[in-house]
Design a protein around this ligand. Structure first.
Ligand SMILES: NC(=O)c1ccc[n+]([C@@H]2O[C@H](COP(=O)([O-])OP(=O)(O)OC[C@H]3O[C@@H](n4cnc5c(N)ncnc54)[C@H](O)[C@@H]3O)[C@@H](O)[C@H]2O)c1
Length: 376
């Protein structure tokens, strides 16, 4: 296993920080820094040295905007290119990818590299989980959201017509390379969507991190503090995942990472995934969860306002742009309930920096939170 800090003095990496996801035999390092090319090249040449084949999965947008990086590391490597966008994270492309790699006779020693946002990461992870009953894969996330969320924790999968991420597997990567230089081509709306998940991490588990985010000027891809912020956010997720890898805890556990997501997923579904980016829907969902927490007597009005202020700093929506009927949102959330054997668990804030799950919240509180968030 490569430990990034050992290389720091020899390589031109600024701010390199590594952490480990502790999952016994499936533990792996996450490297965060600007310019991880040498470290990545080392992993690739390490694979080749032991006669492992390597393969790349990326998308057509990255192929265009990160051409130089792909050429530098993956020239001549068998590459499956997914059309970009959520709708392409599907079974049809999954089969195409399997056929493509099998057609090239790639064997079980293949290491698949996922280079892209959460769509590519989830898709490639699932392709790797199933190919030859499971091959190794490495994540190189390229959106802020995928750096702090989807590349960490091993949830992989594709969408069905019936809903998002309904087919998949837990398949942990061998390593994650979070290179901040990859963010240079990302637009600010996508950057902000990733900030929503970072703010979520502070809210659910670490009030001092939340306060740090409040105190910092608005971050962008060049901000010197960004590596630390990403590292810290990943370490919060790493701790939660290590304690409850497969989300089996009866209360709390990995489900806490869903703060704002029960509402957010319903918002995404009822707007057909077209009006809001995932992080934007989660931003509105977190405000609804905050309002719910206030009604339950956990947090104060001024704390709800602080959450709103921080989200607004990143121009994230804090209420629906166009009203959605409460009934439609409740139906969408009900589908979530079916997935969880009849009980819908809400993640609420006991206080800033401490989330809990509650399965016993009366509908009138939920409706009030939805209305506060702009539903009708
Ligand atoms: N596995 C998990 O635990 C987990 C957690 C959260 C989200 N997700 C999944 O992640 C997905 C969303 O991920 P996302 O927000 O990264 O979206 P995405 O992968 O669709 O990327 C957004 C857009 O940005 C483009 N892009 C990516 N990197 C770029 C770069 N550096 N420069 C320019 N353009 C770039 C992509 O081509 C795409 O068009 C969803 O499918 C969601 O279900 C998974």
């Amino acid at each position: 296993m490569i430990h990034g800090n050992d290389f720091k003095s020899e390589m031109k990496i600024s701010d390199l920080k590594s952490l480990e996801i502790s999952l016994g035999q499936r533990s792996y390092p996450i490297h965060v820094g600007r310019g991880l090319d040498d470290l990545l090249a080392d992993q690739i040449s390490g694979c080749k040295k032991v006669n492992k084949s390597i393969a790349l999965i990326t998308d057509d947008r990255l192929q265009e905007v990160q051409q130089e990086f792909i050429q530098k590391h993956f020239a001549e490597v068998p590459t499956f290119i997914l059309p970009n966008g959520e709708t392409h994270k599907n079974l049809q492309h999954f089969i195409e990818a399997q056929e493509y790699f099998a057609g090239l006779s790639l064997d079980r020693s293949t290491v698949m590299f996922a280079f892209g946002g959460g769509v590519v990461g989830d898709f490639a992870g699932f392709v790797a989980a199933a190919y030859m009953r499971g091959v190794d894969f490495v994540q190189i996330p390229t959106t802020l959201l995928s750096m702090v969320d989807s590349s960490v924790g091993g949830k992989t999968g594709v969408n069905l017509r019936a809903g998002k991420n309904l087919v998949g597997a837990f398949h942990q990567p061998e390593a994650v390379y979070i290179d901040l230089n990859r963010l240079q081509s990302l637009d600010s709306r996508q950057f902000s969507a990733g900030m929503a998940e970072i703010i979520k991490a502070g809210l659910l588990a670490d009030v001092s991190f939340f306060e740090k985010l409040e105190s910092l000027d608005r971050l962008d891809a060049q901000s010197p503090e960004l590596a630390d912020v990403i590292h810290h956010s990943c370490s919060i997720k790493a701790g939660v995942v290590a304690a409850d890898e497969k989300e089996q805890a009866t209360s709390g556990g990995r489900a806490l990472l869903n703060l704002g997501h029960t509402f957010g997923h319903a918002i995404e579904q009822t707007t057909n995934y077209t009006e809001y980016l995932h992080g934007e829907a989660i931003s509105i969902g977190m405000m609804m969860a905050a309002e719910l927490s206030r009604q339950l007597g956990y947090i104060e009005t001024d704390e709800v306002s602080r959450i709103q202020e921080l989200l607004k700093k990143y121009e994230l929506p804090t209420e629906l742009k166009n009203p959605i009927p409460c009934e439609s949102l409740m139906i969408a959330m009900g589908r979530d309930k079916k997935k969880r054997q009849g009980t819908l668990k809400y993640v609420v804030l006991e206080k800033l920096g401490q989330a809990i799950t509650r399965a016993d919240i009366s509908e009138k509180f939920i409706l009030h939170a939805l209305k506060q968030g702009g539903a009708e």
